[in-house]
Design a protein around this ligand. Structure first.
Ligand SMILES: [Zn+2]
Length: 136
């Protein structure tokens, strides 16, 4: 489970610098993220968020900065653009035209995102018969 957690410095009410630990992962075939705030100086601890859904930009940026992006590529010729488009519409609620663009991007350069995002896409695409591989 590498590439799914990152630490962000955050100011604490006590005046010290605390740590926000963010995680993004796949659970029950859905993308989840959580965020925990902890301050060593005053002992303040909070679970700020834990639940399904797309991670906010700050969380994604921290994960991408800590681990670099992960790239999803076709593992062979795409058998059907329709199957791949269905997955994009399910996973990211993409419009028809956006789903078509994503299939084109996948074909051309591959898609880039966080490890958990690409892991979810890879498992959904594979299940629909679209061969893909996750790499750098
Ligand atoms: Zn504190």
């Amino acid at each position: 489970m590498t590439g799914r957690t990152a630490s962000i410095e955050a100011p604490c009410a006590c005046g010290s610098t605390a740590v926000r630990q963010v995680n993004q992962f796949v659970l029950n075939d859905e993308l989840w993220w959580d965020s925990e705030f902890s301050c060593e100086a005053c002992g303040r601890y909070m679970c700020e968020h834990a639940g399904p859904g797309a991670a906010p930009d700050g969380v994604r940026e921290a994960l991408l900065a800590a681990h670099g992006p992960v790239r999803l590529r076709p593992a062979g010729p795409l058998p059907s653009a329709v199957a791949a488009m269905k997955v994009f519409r399910e996973v990211s609620a993409a419009s028809l035209s956006r789903a078509r663009e994503l299939v084109e991007e996948l074909r051309r350069d591959g898609l880039v995102g966080t490890a958990a995002e690409m892991e979810l896409l890879a498992s959904r695409l594979t299940r629909r018969g679209v061969p893909v591989e996750v790499g750098r």
